[in-house]
Design a protein around this ligand. Structure first.
Ligand code: GDP
Length: 436
């Protein structure tokens, strides 16, 4: 999928526009940054096409006293990783020095850039927006992110500027693994351990690495694609430590994979950055294997220490906790084979199809023993269930007489029972309840 990045000063309305494009009701528009991690990345569909949107401001921890230099770096990262930039300016404030600086960076990029003047709430105000032409990025698109005015035209324009990314012809039944994680978690090291050679041999000629993101490996009897992006290969010293950078460069790899191998640094435990990447994995419905790497550096390897570590991870990632955690070392190669083996198993789980007869013979007795609560004296009955064919992730439908009265808690109970009876370890699943 294509990736669109929104850049601009604090308070120009980036998150309002982001919400409008992604229609995310859960995202919070207020400036208390850090309250939700949801507002940074989302999907937008328009006229039958879909693309991903990133709000670069979503990574700014305190938007009031933001270091302007940090935002400029984020703009650079965005131009490295995205397919199109929306440069948002504020029509109430007019052009600022900072806007000039960013425009300078954006004029040099080869990416398409759309200059967007926000807070144009009526046609009279669009006259003043003409001054933004002076930024050298063409005529501004006038919008009001708050009311939605002009955003339809903006979306049309975005689609005309996004290139169709051709589908690569891949063998369908070979798993695609993405190795993701924060900087220094050991991603490059474990990939080297998998493929047994120094991967930094990839040529750095601009534009050549972006094209193919899949590399096929046959190692230790496993056949898999490693999903990569130009961003992962290109190490940019200045920006490498930015959290934003690690997330930006994960997006494409995650979107194009079946199974994500999420690397966690055993010496640091789970932090906000790991959670960000975990949420990208979830939002894209990808399967998951967590690797606690650098296990060689940990002194206490007792079962108790292992259990504590596992519980800490499961607690952070709840309610999704049905995934494997492997304690490994990319350097000593301890359990490297196990990581691949588990990733493959998780991939097979993802492709599982449970026959309707089998599913009902297990689930109906469970439902009979613990039926949904009756509401207002109305009897709620689930008649049967089945797994939908050809879905991205295993999806189950339970047919009920009064689906609207079945509570989320009961839906989750059904999900857990499916998980107890079949191995869907590492895989997100859908459980729908529909009218019989
Ligand atoms: P990346 O940024 O996620 O690709 O991380 P790297 O693979 O570049 O690793 C970061 C640093 O951690 C390097 O100095 C590695 O040698 C070190 N490292 C990676 N994995 C391990 C491990 O399992 N054990 C130890 N002791 N060091 C590791």
């Amino acid at each position: 999928a294509n990736l669109v990045a929104i850049v601009g000063r604090p308070n120009v309305g980036k998150s309002t526009l982001f919400n409008r494009l992604t229609q995310s009701r859960r995202a919070i528009v207020s400036d208390t940054a850090g309250t939700t991690r949801d507002r940074q990345y989302g999907k937008c569909s328009w006229n039958g096409r879909e693309f991903s949107v990133v709000d670069t401001g979503g990574w700014v921890v305190k938007s009031d006293d933001i270091f302007e230099d940090a935002i400029r770096q984020q703009v650079r990262v965005a131009t490295d990783e995205a397919d199109l930039i929306l440069f948002l300016v504020d029509n109430e404030t007019g052009i600022t020095d900072w806007d000039e600086d960013v425009a300078k960076i954006l004029r040099r990029t080869k990416l398409p850039v759309i200059l967007v003047a926000n807070k144009v709430d009526n046609s009279g105000e669009s006259y003043s927006a003409a001054e933004f032409y002076g930024l050298g990025l063409g005529d501004p698109q006038c919008i009001s992110a708050a009311t939605g005015g002009g955003t339809g035209d903006l979306l049309d324009l975005i689609l005309t500027k996004l290139k169709d990314i051709p589908e690569e012809s891949l063998e369908e039944d070979i798993p695609r693994f993405a190795v993701v994680g924060r900087p220094n978690a050991g991603k490059s090291s474990i990939i080297n351990a998998f493929i047994g050679e120094d991967r930094n041999i990839v040529t750095e000629i601009a534009g050549t690495t972006r094209d193919s993101i899949y590399t096929r490996y046959t190692k230790f009897g496993f056949d898999f694609y490693l999903v990569d992006t130009a961003g992962i290969r290109r190490k940019n010293k200045v920006t490498e430590d930015l959290e934003f950078y690690s997330v930006m460069r994960s997006i494409r790899a995650i979107e194009n994979s079946d199974v994500c191998i999420l690397m966690i640094d055993a010496t640091r435990g789970i932090e906000a950055q790991d959670m960000n990447i975990f949420q990208l994995i979830q939002k894209n419905n990808k399967s998951l294997v967590v690797v606690v790497n650098k296990w060689d550096l940990v002194q206490d390897k007792s079962q108790k220490a292992i259990d504590t570590f596992k519980n800490a991870i499961y607690n952070r990632m709840a309610p999704f906790t049905d995934f494997p955690i492997i304690f490994a070392s990319a350097i000593t190669k301890q359990r490297i084979f196990k990581v691949l083996e588990t990733a493959k198993q998780v991939y097979l789980n993802r492709k599982m199809h449970i026959g309707t007869t089998k599913l009902n013979s297990v689930m109906l007795p469970i439902i009979e023993a613990t039926p949904p609560q009756s509401v207002k004296g109305k009897f709620i009955k689930i008649k049967y269930c089945s797994q939908l064919p050809n879905t991205q992730i295993p999806s189950f439908v339970f047919y009920a007489n009064l689906p609207q009265y079945i509570k989320e808690q009961y839906r989750r109970f059904l999900e857990n029972k499916i998980r107890e009876n079949w191995s869907l370890h590492g895989c997100p699943i859908n459980v729908f309840i529909r009218q019989k």
